[in-house]
Design a protein around this ligand. Structure first.
Ligand SMILES: CC(=O)N[C@H]1[C@@H](OP(=O)(O)OP(=O)(O)OC[C@H]2O[C@@H](n3ccc(=O)[nH]c3=O)[C@H](O)[C@@H]2O)O[C@H](CO)[C@@H](O)[C@@H]1O[C@H](C)C(=O)N[C@@H](C)C(=O)N[C@H](CCC(=O)O)C(=O)O
Ligand SMILES: Nc1ncnc2c1ncn2[C@@H]1O[C@H](COP(=O)(O)OP(=O)(O)OP(=O)(O)O)[C@@H](O)[C@H]1O
Ligand SMILES: N[C@H](CCC[C@H](N)C(=O)O)C(=O)O
Ligand SMILES: [Mg+2]
Length: 491
């Protein structure tokens, strides 16, 4: 990426409401959100976070060479030669400045944002792959990875912070991308990571229980997702899943053109799931019958969203459906690992109650005989604790055997998380459930027990290649461990 330098005076035109103390006739070499990353002539943005207050690090940033400070509260003592820019909301102001710093890259291509509790990665990735098949140059910003055409850029967040995000978008513009598909997490909306971007379209997949550790109430969580549609311009489309009862709320105040998709009712994009096997499903989409390689009712929704967005972006239905019918699931989404003696392993990123229920429903629908469903699942540490008992209840009701185990315990005790999960298991299903904190051991035990035809679902980590324990990420890949376990247990 080329070095960028911008005049502070020009940048400040983006935030006319700011109170500026100091000289604006200076160049800014970069915008930083973390004082430890400050360098000569950078602009440090002081944000009040969940753990710390960025205002406490202003002096540190200045020591490392920062020459401008964006903050909500001016320091008691200011340094000569430094420009202080005071605003009501520094995260919001940073969104506008970050976009301007990189020359507003989002205005130079179609940027589509996908929000919802589940399905963001699936929809964004399918759109990215499909538009590439249609011959466009594309970018992707997602939980699994960021991508510019074939170049993979590792991702640390579902939606990066505003500076990283605009930097990535600028790289995509430099690579002549015409379409960029990105996930918009609820954290990102609340923390204004997407403020200042120009979207051509927004997609709402669904909203169910997650992240209440951060948003505190379900109402706040809904408001966060709605905030994304509130900021869409008139020129954009807002494509919503109208079968979700919050679908209409999302677009209540949007200026964008509202479009709908549904499997149940009248909608601009109407689908019907006709039949499915382990290898794909047959759907009707607006009167076109098509075979897809993805399975599950939740994927029928994802395919409808992708189809709808493509048509709204001006593509021809036949070409879209033909490209879409070739696509496979993104990594770690219903990814199958078959053993030599026909045990079916499924690795899925279901880490919310709704996702786990959907995946288990799909697996139950696929079963046609006496096949057993053996589920291995855990819940992340330092994340929403309310979903723990719910996920364990769903796993125990919808499986024949359940191994509750660890999923990124982070700074919590694995046994404590397991105890909270177990509290959700109805006594009727106690017999089915075993607690095995070591995830590898849990997967091995599940495989040892599986008979030909049985299905072993390993849920929660999907594409992840690590297990995070007390700040350290240890190598761990459910797909590899499942394969190893099949071999080790003679399957
Ligand atoms: C809860 C949350 O969203 N946290 C994000 C947030 O950090 P924070 O508010 O906790 O920051 P903080 O530690 O309190 O610090 C406050 C400020 O002081 C600054 N600081 C701090 C220390 C220092 O020495 N110097 C300094 O300048 C920090 O850079 C920050 O700007 O802002 C940081 C900078 O953008 C993010 O890296 C961080 O993501 C953390 C690592 C995280 O795990 N986030 C997850 C929960 C997240 O964002 N997930 C969503 C997906 C959720 C989903 O839908 O599944 C995502 O989009 O990835
Ligand atoms: N449209 C959908 N509705 C409900 N569940 C879904 C849907 N699509 C996928 N899922 C389930 O949710 C899991 C996560 O899917 P995906 O990664 O696409 O969601 P996400 O919204 O990107 O999640 P994250 O918030 O972690 O980024 C999948 O593995 C699957 O079990
Ligand atoms: N984006 C989600 C992913 C959860 C994945 C699960 N494996 C976990 O670690 O809890 C989060 O950060 O809450
Ligand atoms: Mg995602």
């Amino acid at each position: 990426m080329e070095e960028i330098s911008k005049s502070l005076y020009t940048l400040l035109k983006e935030i006319p409401e700011a109170n500026v103390v100091g000289d604006t006739d200076r160049s800014i070499q970069g915008i930083v959100l973390d004082s430890r990353k400050a360098g000569p002539d950078s602009l440090f943005v002081a944000v009040r976070g969940t753990q710390a207050d960025g205002h406490d690090f202003i002096e540190k940033a200045l020591d490392l060479g920062a020459s401008a400070i964006l903050c909500e509260e001016l320091p008691a003592v200011t340094r000569p030669g430094v420009t202080y820019v005071q605003v009501l909301d520094s995260a919001r102001a940073m969104g506008f400045l970050a976009s301007a710093f990189y020359g507003h890259p989002s205005q130079d291509f179609h940027l589509i944002g996908v929000t919802g509790t589940n399905g963001k990665t699936s929809v964004a990735t399918l759109l990215f792959r499909m538009f590439r098949t249609l011959g466009y140059r594309c970018g992707l910003i997602s939980t699994v990875q960021n991508q510019i055409e074939d170049e993979v850029i590792p991702s640390t967040h579902t939606t990066p912070d505003a500076v990283t995000l605009n930097g990535l978008l600028a790289q995509m513009r430099q690579q002549n991308c015409t379409h960029v598909f990105m996930e918009v997490s609820s954290h990102a909306v609340t923390q204004q990571r997407v403020t200042g971007l120009t979207f051509s379209g927004g997609i709402f997949t669904n909203i169910t229980h997650d992240h209440l550790d951060f948003h505190k109430t379900f109402d706040n969580y809904i408001k966060a997702k709605k905030g994304f549609f509130d900021q869409l311009p008139r020129t954009a489309f807002a494509l919503v899943n109208i079968d979700d009862r919050r679908g209409s709320v999302m677009v209540q105040n949007t200026a964008a053109k509202v479009e709908t998709y549904s499997l149940q009712t009248m909608a601009a994009f109407k689908g019907k799931l006709l039949s499915e096997t382990l290898f794909g499903m047959h759907m009707d989409l607006n009167g076109h019958e098509v075979w897809f390689r993805l399975i599950g009712r939740f994927n029928a929704y994802n395919l409808l969203a992708v189809y709808g967005a493509a048509i709204l972006l001006g593509e021809a239905p036949e070409e879209v459906l033909s490209a879409l019918s070739e696509l496979q699931s993104p990594p770690g989404r219903f990814e199958q690992v078959h053993s030599a003696n026909k045990v079916v392993g499924i690795v899925d990123y279901a880490h919310t109650p709704d996702a786990l229920q959907n995946v288990l429903e799909t697996i139950n629908e696929l079963r046609h005989g006496e096949e057993q469903i053996i589920t291995v699942v855990g819940c992340g540490g330092n994340r929403d604790a309310e979903k723990r008992p719910k996920m364990a209840a769903i796993a125990s009701k919808m499986s024949d055997r359940v191994y509750l185990t660890s999923d990124n315990p982070r700074h919590e005790e694995p046994q404590a998380i397991l105890d909270q999960m177990l509290a959700g298991v109805p006594p009727l299903h106690f017999k089915k459930v075993a607690l095995i904190p070591e995830r590898r051991e849990a997967i091995y035990r599940a495989c040892a027990e599986a008979q030909p035809g049985d299905i072993v679902l390993v849920a929660g980590k999907g594409h992840e290649t690590y297990q995070e324990v007390k700040g350290v990420k240890h190598d761990f890949d459910d797909r590899k461990v499942l394969l190893e376990a099949f071999l080790a247990t003679g399957k």
